[in-house]
Structures are given as structure tokens and as C-alpha cells.
Design a protein. Structure first.
Length: 344
């Protein structure tokens, strides 16, 4: 259901209401792939330049600017005779669609080469100038905002949040526990980090209804209470397998027979540097859960500081663990007497 990299293995098909994606265009643009975003970015500017270039050409054509400009270009010596006295064009130096297109680019990107400019002869031209400036600012704001959001997406920060490749089941404080290790590779912290786990498996109700992806929350033990963690160094997150746990009847003998068993781990928090909420996900299938092992310590004190050795992040070591379910361990206390634990 969820890959090791956090990607959800879900394909959406037969979506009939495609128009819903256009109800929030900005989110749709951010979700698009980079080639599509850059294509839309380029086409939005080209289309606006062409559209307003056509508008400027029509204004010049309706006012007669093109006729007088053509005559002046054809015979500059007879320009005074060809043009009426005191003739003022709407936009100077526009004599073709190409020049109108160039003027459209100058207006929208505020280049201002100085060869063409709007005069006070046509109020309509002044109105078009205002509209094009507003449209250009809106396009700039949307497209630049979209590119900024794509470059600062939260999943980029989540790539430096790592989980152990395997989870383990072993004894802790006399109880079977499901354990995994999580760490943050960056020095900038994840503020208000919370972590939760779910078991996803196929179930059937008493009425015969089959639920292919039934999501069951499992409680985690945290010394500070709740699901909040202080992720300044790698932590071992564990879940006590008790009578309320969906792993209550799982033993090492039947663990790998649960092909539909999958435990999803979700870590959420606020990025300290940007204030954006990020989420990292991973999952553990039955064959990725190691029975009777625990994680080796990776934090040591060196020169007055705590040092973390990430080369041992996923390393485990075998420990004495009963080969029975948590139910059997709870019902038969004598099983613990057979464990070769050394006294403290």
C-alpha cells in the first residue's frame, strides 16, 4: 500500500468529474510535473503577448495608423502631404502586426526601448495599456508563486527523514514490542514532530463485507505522552503488543504467512527553517519484520558532545525472545522464567 520511499501504491481510474481539478488551478499547477509546468509557464506568456499584440494591431488599424505609417515608410519625402496636418497615432511606430507584437512584449515586461509609445489620442489604447499591465502582473505572480512552491515542496525535506529498513519484535520491560528506528539527517529540526502507526490488511465483517484496505491505528509508547517526539537524534519508536494490538496473535511461526499484513509509519512535523508542514512515510511488510532482534546503540558521547554513527542506523543484534504470541506470553507467565536474562 505504501512503498519504502513513502509513495502510495494507488492508481486513480475512471474519474468522471475532471473539472474538479480546475476549481483550484494553483494546486493543479503545483502538482504537475516540471516539463508540464514549464510548458504552461512559456505558453501563458506567449499567448498573452500574441493576444494583446492583436489588440494593439486592431487599435492601430481602426484609427488609421497603419495607412499613415505605410505611406511614410514608402515615401518619407511626401509624408507631410500624405498625412493630414496634426495627425497623431494611438501608438507611435506601429506599421505591422510584428511591430504591434513587439510593443505588446515591451508593455508587459516593461522593457521600454523607447521607439514606440502610447499617446493621449486614443482613450481605448490607454485602457488596454492598463489591462495588459494588470494581466502581466497576475501571470507573473501565479507562475512565479507556482515555481517557488514546487522548489520548496515539503517532500524534499522529508527525504532527509529516514526509517530503518527493518522493524523488529523483541522483549522490552517484559513485554513483546514492535520497534523501529527513525532519524533526521539535517541539523535543522522538525518542530512538533508526531508519529503514528497503522496496520493495513484485508478484513471481513460479520456481515460478509470485505474491506480490502482496513486501516487500524496502533498505540505507541512515548515517555512524554501522546505521539510527539523530540527528533534531535535517532529514536527507537515502539509499540507494546497487548490485547488491544492487532499483532496480539502473531508468532514468529506464522508471521511470514501474513502476506496481507503491512504496518505503515507516518511522521509529520513543521520544518524549522521554512515553517512548512512535511510528512515522511514508510511501511513494513511481514518479511521486513525481524523477530527476536533489537537495534544496536548508535549514540555515544565524545569530547563532551553526543555523536551519532549513522553507519549502524539499521543494524540489529539477536536477543533472547520467546517464540510465542503476546497472548500466550501474557497467559503463561512461566515462559519468562525460561529467558536467560542476566541480573542487573
Amino acid at each position: 500500500f505504501v512503498g519504502k520511499n513513502g509513495a502510495c501504491n494507488v492508481a486513480h481510474k475512471n474519474i468522471r468529474e475532471q473539472g474538479r481539478f480546475l476549481q483550484h488551478v494553483f494546486t493543479t499547477l503545483v502538482d504537475l510535473k516540471w516539463p508540464h509546468t514549464l510548458l504552461i509557464f512559456t505558453m501563458s506568456f506567449l499567448c498573452s503577448w500574441l493576444l494583446f499584440g492583436m489588440v494593439w494591431w486592431l487599435i492601430a488599424f481602426a484609427h488609421g495608423d497603419l495607412d499613415h505609417s505605410t505611406r511614410l515608410q514608402r515615401d518619407p519625402g511626401e509624408g507631410a502631404a500624405a498625412a493630414p496636418a496634426g495627425f497623431v497615432p494611438c501608438v507611435t511606430s506601429i506599421h505591422s502586426f510584428t511591430s504591434a507584437f513587439l510593443f505588446s512584449i515591451e508593455v508587459q515586461v516593461t522593457i521600454g526601448f523607447g521607439g514606440r509609445m502610447v499617446t493621449e489620442e486614443c482613450p481605448a489604447a490607454i485602457l488596454v495599456l492598463i489591462v495588459q499591465n494588470i494581466v502581466g502582473l497576475v501571470i507573473n505572480a501565479i507562475m512565479l508563486g507556482c515555481i517557488f512552491m514546487k522548489t520548496s515542496q515539503a517532500h524534499r525535506r522529508a527525504e532527509t527523514l529516514i526509517f530503518s529498513k527493518h522493524a523488529v519484535i523483541a522483549l522490552r520491560e517484559g513485554k513483546l514490542c514492535f520497534m523501529l528506528r527513525v532519524g533526521d539527517l539535517r541539523k535543522s529540526m522538525i518542530i512538533s514532530a508526531t508519529i503514528r502507526m497503522q496496520v493495513v490488511k484485508k478484513t471481513a465483517s460479520l456481515e460478509g463485507e470485505v474491506v480490502p484496505l482496513n486501516q487500524i491505528d496502533i498505540q505507541m509508547e512515548n515517555p512524554v505522552g501522546g505521539n510527539s517526539i523530540f527528533l534531535v537524534s535517532p529514536l527507537i519508536i515502539y509499540h507494546v503488543i497487548d490485547k488491544n494490538s492487532p499483532l496480539y496473535d502473531i508468532s514468529p511461526l506464522n508471521l511470514h504467512h501474513h502476506e496481507d499484513l503491512e504496518i505503515i509509519v507516518i511522521l509529520e512535523g513543521v520544518v524549522e527553517t521554512t515553517g512548512i508542514t512535511t510528512q515522511a512515510r514508510t511501511s513494513y511488510l511481514a518479511d521486513e519484520i525481524l523477530w527476536g532482534q533489537r537495534f544496536v546503540p548508535i549514540v555515544a558521547e565524545e569530547d563532551g558532545r553526543y555523536s551519532v554513527d549513522y553507519s549502524k542506523f539499521g543494524n540489529t543484534v539477536k536477543v533472547p525472545t520467546p517464540s510465542c504470541t503476546a497472548r500466550q506470553l501474557e497467559e503463561d507467565k512461566s515462559i519468562m522464567d525460561t529467558m536467560p536474562f542476566s541480573p542487573k
